[in-house]
Write a protein that binds this ligand. Sequence first.
Ligand code: PLP
Length: 447
Amino acid sequence: TNDYKELARLDFAHQLHPQYHVSDHQDPVIYERGDGALLYDVNGREYIDGLSGLWNVAVGHGRVELAEAAAEQMRELAFSNSYVGYANVPSIRLAEKLMSLVYSNMQAVLFCNSGSEAVDVAIKIARYFWYLQDKPEKNKIVARKEAYHGGTLGATAATGLPPFHVGFGPLAPAFVRAETCYPYRCGHCAGANDCTLACADDIEKVIVAEGPETVAALIAEPVHGAGGVIVPTPGYWPRLREICDRHDVLLIADEVITGFGRTGRWFGCNHTGVVPDVMTVGKGMGSGFPISGLISTDEIVAATPFARASASSSSYGGNPLAAAAALATLETIVDEGLVEHAARVGARMLDRLRAMQERYSFLGDVRGAGLLIGLDLVRDRATKEPLEREVTERIFTEALRRGLLLMGYFPRVRINPPLTITAEQADTGLAILDEVFATVAGEAHAR
Ligand code: PLP
């Protein structure tokens, strides 16, 4: 049996955690098992997993289908590399399955292990594309504020959230920052209904100022995830496509979070009618197994004949174990209609959260697509001044205490349960959140 105190002591002594110093976290929740949208810690406490692990456990915890697919594959063939001249059956089948789900002009996938790695490879492919056309100087990457693209050096430089940069400089060169579309906090327009797309025009200004002959690609998430689930206005992505076309800049859609039904459609770009040149995918594709990929259009594949060999040599890219589990994940998403389910349950959750806005003045904005939901917490609706940090933190600790896992990027809260969450479980989660808000509102009032 697992003894909590002993495990917590060992964790404190011997394990480093990426997002906080371990001294801030002496009482970690130590998970032991899961079942669908529920998690259980080593003390037997139950939690609603409002994070899907980390946006990735798409088909829920404890899936026998995935366990069997992985176990069977391990018995059959533990590993083979996917370098030039070698392939394995599950990765070929997975590649075929993926191509049936994405846009018809997408031709091929390069498998990697994490979203960050896929982003780095996407950046390399974009540069390589222009290099092969005798334009090696066309190498800058335009990335946006509020974006999170990962923790490797390239992905860190593409990330537009300042806390992820502090202390890690100098950042990789040739990344240029532009504005994003943040309807609730737009500096240009009065709100989503009046959007003039001046935010997209800022991207064009940046490209023109840098010189389009020096810009390889624009990378963007269809909906910002880690930055706080920021949903752009409807015309935004078509405008990005136009700008990229006008200046011969590749458009990389980072679908690491938005892929595989998270937003209620198969991919985030499906909401926009836009076809990117390159897509990065990960997280939900493996529902917990580490696997990611970079998917390119036929044009990119044709223009970069050796890219698959030279862009990324990663031992585990395309490994049969993760591929078999990802194939089982995608089949489960299809067989159980989870994309449509996510759209339905997500819409219901958004309605309920919007109704809560009437009762809690600090719920400044409620937004989302499918089961990718975000809240912007404010002190004052008129000024939109962020809610105090300690009040925001109270919301997270109170939710955890009551059995609901949430995460945030201050002062924004993210809610993204597994795609399999039932309507009843979603209601229970929101009832807990309602209690948390009432408690915190009472305390704020008392002060
Ligand atoms: N891209 C996006 C949009 C992400 O949200 C993330 C992680 O949250 C990444 C890339 C990096 O993925 P990973 O953490 O698997 O490296």
